[in-house]
Design a protein around this ligand. Sequence first.
Ligand code: RIB
Length: 287
Amino acid sequence: MTRPRITVVGSTNLDLVATAEKLPVAGETVTGATFAQHPGGKGANQALAACRLGADVSMIARTGEGPNRDAALALLKADGVDLSGIVSDPEEQTGVALIAVDKAGENQIVVASGANGNLSPDNVKIEGAPDAILCQLEVPTACVLAAMRTKSGLFAVNLAPAAPVPVELLETADLLIVNEGEAAFYGDGIHRGEGMVALTLGGQGAVLYRAGKEIARTQAFTVPVIDTTGAGDTFCAALVLALAEGCEEGEALRFASAASALAVTKPGAQPSLPWREEVDAFLEDQD
Ligand code: RIB
């Protein structure tokens, strides 16, 4: 099978992760955590996941110029994502995410967007007519709209983190991907277009709709949960990849669910992203 070509327009962050017994409530200090640093950012996570799952991936993003840039791009570079569309910003720092993870694998994330917030539509140069374009909302919406207007292949948007967007985006996307919180934020607006909507339901699996009607559903896979960070990004990348490969919708949804299940079994966002062989073997074991 030829590898689909996917362009990701989105964020790159450096994730600073504290893993503790419990997550703090407002005003609380939790001690005794362990610390780790990983590359992250929803865009970069999705780009790396698509690459590991079998796509040729180009990334369009904006970083700062200091050592955090190298750390944030390290795994994308190591795994062969095309980074020629990543620009350096002399004025801003590379994005940083402060992440707390508890013993159940749940997280809290605060993002200091830095250079991600300066990505501009002029930076969004999509070349080579990719089979799919995948965006999220950690970069300015104008950049997502610029990607949409290139009209190349499947246009998918992960509406995360939830934020107001023009109706045109919701109605034009071929695929919108939301979790339950994001679905509640957008309400019926996500079902107004003719495209598909994928809704992830955590332990209840995922559902795929087209023009408001359910067309596929998958159960969640039972796995040991270490860290849920990056699982949603893995789902997005895997679903887009499978659809770009021409998979039937139900099969694509099951593939995405399996890939995201594997992502929660390891710590960190990018270090936990599974390779294609792992997902295929996991699915074979389920049959
Ligand atoms: O989706 C997980 C990602 O959200 C983390 O890697 C963090 O950088 C934030 O962008």
